[in-house]
Design a protein. Structure first.
Length: 152
C-alpha cells in the first residue's frame, strides 16, 4: 500500500493520495454479484433464443461470436438468408420491452460486427438480415419470446 504523500516517480507532482486499501465506491462484491446475475439472465435468454430459432428451422452457425471489436449473440441461416440476431433478455418489463434496448448506436455496432463476421467467413448469402429476439423471463413457466425479423 502507498501512504499519503509518498512519491510515485521522479516527477514532483506524482504523489499518492491513497489513504486506505478499501474500494472507493461501495462494496465491489455486490457489484460483481449483480454483474454475474445479469450475465446469467443474458445467457439464459440466448439459450432460449437459440432453441426458438432451431425449432423454427434455422441453423445456428455461431453463438457469442467474438472479435476484438465486440460480440454477436447469434448468427444463423436458413440456407439463403444469413441472420444476425441480437438477443435482449429481461426478468421484468418494468422498463419496457427488451427490444427497446436496441437503439441506433447498438444497431450500428451490430452492423459493423456483422461485416467483421462476414470477412472472417467464406460463405455467401443472398440476403443478410438483422433480427432482435426479446426474451421476457416469467416468474414461472416458459419465457415470453418475441422475434422481430428485419428489426434494423
Amino acid at each position: 500500500m502507498v501512504s499519503t504523500g509518498q512519491r510515485l516517480g521522479h516527477h514532483p507532482a506524482l504523489t499518492a493520495v491513497i489513504l486506505t486499501n478499501r474500494p472507493l465506491m461501495g462494496d465491489l462484491g455486490s457489484c460483481e454479484q449483480a454483474m454475474r446475475a445479469k450475465d446469467a439472465i443474458g445467457q439464459y435468454g440466448e439459450r432460449v433464443a437459440a432453441r426458438h430459432l432451431l425449432q423454427a428451422g434455422w441453423t445456428v452457425l455461431d453463438r457469442n461470436w467474438r472479435c476484438p471489436e465486440g460480440e454477436l449473440d447469434i448468427v444463423a441461416t436458413d440456407g439463403a438468408v444469413l441472420m444476425i440476431c441480437e438477443v435482449k433478455t429481461r426478468s421484468t418489463d418494468a422498463f419496457g420491452d427488451p427490444c427497446q434496448a436496441v437503439n441506433w448506436r447498438k444497431a450500428r455496432r451490430i452492423r459493423h460486427l456483422a461485416a467483421c463476421w462476414l470477412a472472417a467467413n467464406e460463405d455467401s448469402w443472398a440476403e443478410v438480415r438483422f433480427d432482435v429476439i426479446s426474451v421476457l423471463r416469467q416468474p414461472s413457466g416458459a419465457a415470453l419470446v418475441r422475434h422481430l425479423e428485419g428489426a434494423f
